[in-house]
Design a protein around this ligand. Structure first.
Ligand SMILES: [Mn+2]
Length: 475
């Protein structure tokens, strides 16, 4: 039971919010509409709450929560004293009165609420939300204007043009794919049709499973004509290096990386957020667009995979977005995406990585897996080797086309793989996971596989060990 003491304008507001949720008793000296309240099932005690008898009549000792809400300091103090005495086990909330900071000194009040401050906090939050609301208005007007331009062109040129092209970065990951889906959904809610296109290839069995299971329609940039679109948006990248097209007029960029060198009319780049999918989920929430099962599952998987299951660079927004998506996702599809069947080729690369491993200093495994066609087998193999007993750092490398690709993983906090692969081969990544690629260069001329293996293995191994600072004789 909740007891509300003080039924002035503020007490009334509070009662309006909490009535119908739990049995309620109201105490005040004057309550004009007592009859109406009783009809609503609320107990009403008309009387002076500083008087013990009134409180006893209200069965204050049985109350679970007591709210002391009058606006008079002395009255609140007196009521608080009596309530503490008569109802020691209840949770007591009292209204703070400005200029009386020590009003409840020495009393066992559980929570003192300053309503001015709460109001100010609400307004501050509104200001924060308003920023996003305004931003989304800007996004909408760019899309709507793009569509208008498209319609005008259509009339003059008789060409079929889709208004919006959404680009992911090259070799798109789940975060990029899910973000593109979400932006397409938002645009379509505004009546603007969109296509999604990517560059490079879709590697990883998980990504392929995601696209197949969720029925995601993706075009390859090579198969489209950029001139067919009026607005170009890029998600999950803001650097020209990762752009699947020549840098040109980009209208919209939504990303969470901090190596931005591109600009656009609409920019929402937040490096503190763990996944672009979280930003797009926030858009959906703000716009009251309920995600479909497939979209929610894609976004959830995007957030999970970019934050490595909330273990790395995860912000409050990522948790909020995931919590929101939770009730919309298809858990069985998510499970199928996360555990796709391993292809024969990947299995073979894993096997080679194990067989060919050279262990240095007892815990660093370096493994050359030869020529492979699926570069995504490398990080899988690097992950896999890391599970071997005693191994805390892995470097797996192989030849993909005209390049040597290197993938590294570590559990050792003293090593920063991102820095190591950057220094050694101009690659990049995180402390625990990194990758690099270098042109095969003069090695290309070596046709003998065994000779090539020796050359590549030696060169890569020597460079890595040099950068880590391990001398040859220590090997
Ligand atoms: Mn991302």
């Amino acid at each position: 039971m909740i007891t509300v003491i003080g039924f002035g304008s503020f007490g009334r507001k509070v009662v309006n919010f909490i009535k119908n949720k739990e049995p309620l008793t109201i105490i005040d000296k004057n309550i004009d509409d007592a009859d109406d309240l009783v009809k609503e099932g609320i107990s009403v005690i008309v009387g002076d709450a500083t008087d013990e008898e009134t409180l006893k009549k209200a069965k204050i000792d049985k109350s679970d929560i007591v709210l002391i809400l009058t606006n008079e300091p002395e009255v609140n103090r007196k009521i608080a004293e009596k309530v503490c005495e008569l109802s020691p086990s209840s949770y007591k909330i009292a209204r703070a009165i400005p200029r009386y900071p020590e009003l409840y000194m020495g009393l066992n009040i559980d929570k003192i609420i300053n309503i001015l401050e709460s109001g100010a906090k609400d307004i501050a939050k509104e200001v924060e939300d308003a920023k996003l609301k305004r931003k989304l208005m800007q996004l909408k007007s760019i899309l709507i204007e793009g569509k208008k331009r498209c319609m005008e062109l259509k009339n003059s040129e008789k060409e079929e043009k889709a208004p919006l092209l959404i680009l992911t970065h090259i070799n798109p990951d789940p975060d990029a794919i899910a973000s593109a889906m979400a932006l397409k959904t938002i645009a379509e809610k505004w009546g603007v049709d969109a296509d999604i296109a990517y560059g490079g290839s879709i590697g990883y069995d998980e990504n392929k499973a995601m696209i197949n299971l969720l029925g995601i329609k993706l075009l390859h940039v090579e198969d489209i004509d950029l001139n067919d679109y009026c607005v170009i948006a890029v998600v999950d990248t803001s650097t020209s290096k990762q752009l699947p097209i020549e840098p040109q007029n980009i209208d919209i960029i939504i990303d969470h990386h901090n190596n931005t060198d591109l600009t656009a009319k609409y920019m929402d780049v937040r490096p503190e957020v763990g996944a672009t999918a979280s930003i797009l989920t926030q858009y959906l929430m703000e716009l009251d667009i309920e995600p479909s099962r497939n979209l929610a599952t894609a976004l959830f998987y995007g957030i999970q995979s970019d934050t490595d299951y909330f273990k790395r660079e995860t912000s409050k927004l990522d948790f909020e977005a995931a919590a929101y998506l939770q009730s919309y996702i298809d858990a069985s599809i998510l499970n199928m995406i996360e555990n796709p069947e391993i292809s024969t080729e990947v299995m073979e690369v894993l096997a080679r990585a194990i067989m060919n491993r050279r262990v240095v200093k007892g815990n660093i495994a370096l493994s050359y897996v030869g020529e492979i066609s699926n570069r995504d087998a490398l990080p899988k193999a690097a992950d896999f080797l890391l599970k071997m007993e005693g191994i805390s750092t892995t470097f797996v490398f192989g030849i993909v086309g005209d390049e040597i690709h290197i993938s590294a993983r570590t559990k050792d906090l003293r090593l920063n793989l991102g820095e190591i692969l950057n220094k050694a081969f101009g690659g990049g990544g995180h402390q625990t996971a990194a990758a690099a690629k270098i042109p095969l260069g003069i090695f290309k001329a070596v046709s003998d596989k065994e000779a090539l293996r020796k050359l590549v293995e030696e060169a890569i191994r020597a460079k890595i060990l040099e950068v880590i600072g391990i001398k040859e004789e220590e090997k």
